[in-house]
Ligand binder design. Structure first.
Ligand SMILES: [Zn+2]
Ligand SMILES: [Zn+2]
Length: 195
């Protein structure tokens, strides 16, 4: 575990990626792993023990941002929601799910999922607001509600209304990977995501 990891380097890692281009699975996995290591080290420091690194997967779909599989010591995340809410995931969703795992390990299965043990881990140990629902930061992502496709399979480019309007007036945007011109296919409603 990298002891030098801090929130600053998490931000740094994030800023290496352009907000308007989707992360590959490997990039998303890397960022979530860095965040997991950071929060795990923070918990370990406070609890004076070292926890095993949880398994991660990015297979969650729909409106659910994250999920903790207690017995498997595993966290699942929603890749699509992560694309659009990167900061919120690293700073809130990852510690939220990790606190479920640690609560289970420290206090057993009889506790309430968002009960006092979990809240203590969030607020005192990880120093993150103990929110149980996520109103994902809409400052950047909700403005990117114009979904475009290119030639890459399964790929979605969320664009802001400003870019969308420029496209309507004749500007072409090109996918850096497949070099195809982006084409509009859907408008997305801003969402509030519950976990
Ligand atoms: Zn929860
Ligand atoms: Zn493409």
């Amino acid at each position: 575990m990298n002891a030098n990891l801090n929130l600053f380097s998490l931000q740094d890692a994030l800023s290496d990626y352009d907000d308007n281009s989707p992360l590959s699975l490997a990039q998303a996995d890397y960022l979530l792993k860095q965040a997991t290591l950071f929060w795990l080290a923070k918990a370990g420091q406070h609890m004076q023990k070292s926890y095993p690194i949880p398994e991660l997967d990015l297979s969650l779909k729909g409106r659910c941002a994250g999920q903790a599989w207690l017995e498997k010591w595993k966290m699942r995340f929603n890749l699509q929601l992560f694309q659009d809410n990167r900061q919120a995931f690293l700073q809130e969703v990852v510690p939220h799910e990790l606190a479920h795992l640690i609560a289970y390990r420290e206090f057993g299965r009889r506790i309430k999922p968002h009960g006092k043990e979990w809240r203590w881990l969030m607020e005192t140990v990880l120093e993150v607001p103990a929110r149980t629902t996520h109103r994902f930061d809409v400052s950047s992502s909700a403005r990117q509600n114009y979904l475009y496709r290119c030639g890459c399979p399964e790929r979605i480019h969320p664009l802001t209304i400003r870019r969308h309007n420029r496209i309507i007036k004749g500007t072409d945007y090109i996918c850096r990977d497949c070099r195809q011109i982006l084409s509009f296919y859907a408008y997305r409603e801003p969402e509030t995501v519950k976990k």
